[in-house]
Write a protein that binds this ligand. Structure first.
Ligand SMILES: Cc1ncc(C[n+]2csc(CCO)c2C)c(N)n1
Length: 224
């Protein structure tokens, strides 16, 4: 399996739509190179706004954290997103002829609004675990997708840079660290047999909903 921790493995198994997400036609098109370029760019423009709200969600994680270690992990993700991934996103879009202004002015698609605000709401109305369960499919799903597409051999795909980013040892380490953060946060709050508690069902439900919203997000790049 992926090595992203026990909670992830169990939530993933229970989330009915996991394969709809990680084996979505958009993902298959990234791997075999058949994804139309304009669809990929539409996805990128929406993803810029998505990442803004995800940065906010990780910042909320720092506010909801229970220990300094949890706080550090969230802050490190905010730093990576805001100072490294967002500038990269802006550069990739600029190279594709999409000015920064377009990224700011393109209306958010309803599926984008639904997903990002769902995750933020999980954090506002819930606790640290609710927020992590809603964030997990995004981080770990891309790790799983990148690793699989690279394994299946996507060297010829025009999207090989995208794939290489998520297949990289750097990103895979991040995924293992986030998986470990989740397991430790669960153990600290719910003990050694968390899956026996009613609370577990709620967290698995958060994960499953975010998974469905990830699957729907790919559609933004396939619809016209
Ligand atoms: C729709 C959508 N889902 C997931 C990601 C991937 N992603 C989002 S934030 C982040 C870093 C840690 O949270 C990563 C890898 C994306 N870009 N767009």
């Amino acid at each position: 399996m992926t090595g992203y921790g026990r909670s992830f493995a169990l939530w993933r198994e229970a989330a009915g739509a996991w394969d709809d997400y990680v084996r979505h036609p958009f993902v298959q098109g990234l791997g075999d190179g058949t994804l139309p370029r304009d669809g990929f760019l539409r996805y990128l423009v929406q993803d810029y706004r998505f990442l803004i709200h995800f940065s906010r969600a990780w910042a909320l994680g720092a506010a909801k954290a229970g220990t300094l270690a949890e706080m550090r992990a969230c802050i490190a993700t905010v730093d990576a997103l805001v100072n490294h991934e967002m500038p990269l996103h802006i550069r990739i879009c600029a190279e594709a002829g999409i000015p920064a202004e377009t990224l700011e002015t393109t209306p958010e698609a309803p599926g984008n609004l639904a997903y990002t605000r769902y995750v933020l709401e999980a954090g506002y109305s819930g606790d640290f675990l609710d927020l992590l369960a809603a964030l997990a499919p995004c981080v770990l799903g891309y790790g799983e997708i990148g690793a699989r597409l690279a394994r299946e051999g996507a060297a010829d795909s025009p999207y090989r840079d995208w794939i290489a980013t998520y297949a990289s040892e750097d990103y895979q380490r991040t995924c293992r660290e986030v998986g470990a953060l989740i397991d430790a946060a669960v153990a600290a709050r719910l003990g050694d047999a968390p899956e026996t508690l009613p609370r577990w069902r709620e967290l698995a439900g958060r994960f499953a909903t975010a998974t469905r919203l990830e699957a729907a997000f790919w559609n933004l790049g396939l619809e016209n």
